[in-house]
Design a protein around this ligand. Sequence first.
Ligand SMILES: NC(=O)c1ccc[n+]([C@@H]2O[C@H](COP(=O)([O-])OP(=O)(O)OC[C@H]3O[C@@H](n4cnc5c(N)ncnc54)[C@H](O)[C@@H]3O)[C@@H](O)[C@H]2O)c1
Length: 284
Amino acid sequence: MCLKVVLLGYGAIGKSLHGALARHPRRVHVLGVLDRTAGVPSAVSPTIKPGFLADADADADADERPPALTLAEALESADLIVECASPAAVRALGPAIIASGTDMLIASLGALVDDTLRASVMETGPGRAYLSTGAIGGLDLIRASAGTIDSMELHTRKLPGALLHAGLPQDLRAKITAATTLGEPQTVFAGTVAHAVELFPSNINVAAALGLAAGDFGFVKISITADPTATLTSHSIHVQGSGGTYRFGIENAPDPQNPATSALTARAMASGILRLAGAGPHFI
Ligand SMILES: NC(=O)c1ccc[n+]([C@@H]2O[C@H](COP(=O)([O-])OP(=O)(O)OC[C@H]3O[C@@H](n4cnc5c(N)ncnc54)[C@H](O)[C@@H]3O)[C@@H](O)[C@H]2O)c1
């Protein structure tokens, strides 16, 4: 089976993902991209290194950007549309993709904090929505524990520059930049998943992933630290419930093309797509 894939978004994740999938020509064919900047030639080639799952006879490379497609062309031909663009892209295109009967793999999980959007993307069909594990692991265990969880905490630590974006309120921007000026870590946010996603829409998808896995965003308490000394992005997760206590410590290298994104995210998406294309081993 060769899964026909369209990439929605061709930035740091999209390019790495394209490079990874090009190593599996018998399993996956990338038909093209849907991206706001798709007409602009790419200066950067995908850089992902060969993985342990590469097809033995893989000879394809991904030096060229796949062709730009319209949404109608993508829906006509794709088995799977892979969102690695933004929460806004999930809002703008998610419901139409699912309603067309095309499956969708989503990285920008923060968009799904919105109840109405989540219902139309995840519960309406006929297309299926798959959620990427993205920058963390342990979501299978948290999903299996849904209904037994009493509380969950996520402490995220990133470089200040990885938290900055154009839509930040001035006081929060000042707190984040103060970490750099002082040369010391500063806790810049403590609160709910919904509030974290509102303030950091593209930076804290991990928080939304935990809430989605637990089946309740209300369990999850988030804190975010801007750390000018951080070389890795870290997520410390603590889950407490009647079924047990779980701790996950994840330290990820940032993607060289976008420090706000962990390089693991593109690899996790490639691994998920290969699984959908039939390549095991299948952990379920
Ligand atoms: N689940 C996770 O753990 C996780 C981790 C990192 C990033 N993400 C999500 O993945 C997204 C992409 O990350 P990235 O590092 O590749 O970002 P990036 O900024 O490098 O690239 C995003 C690309 O998507 C395009 N794009 C954005 N909105 C669009 C829209 N509405 N329609 C069409 N194209 C659009 C942009 O033009 C850009 O080329 C982030 O915004 C974030 O929400 C999720």
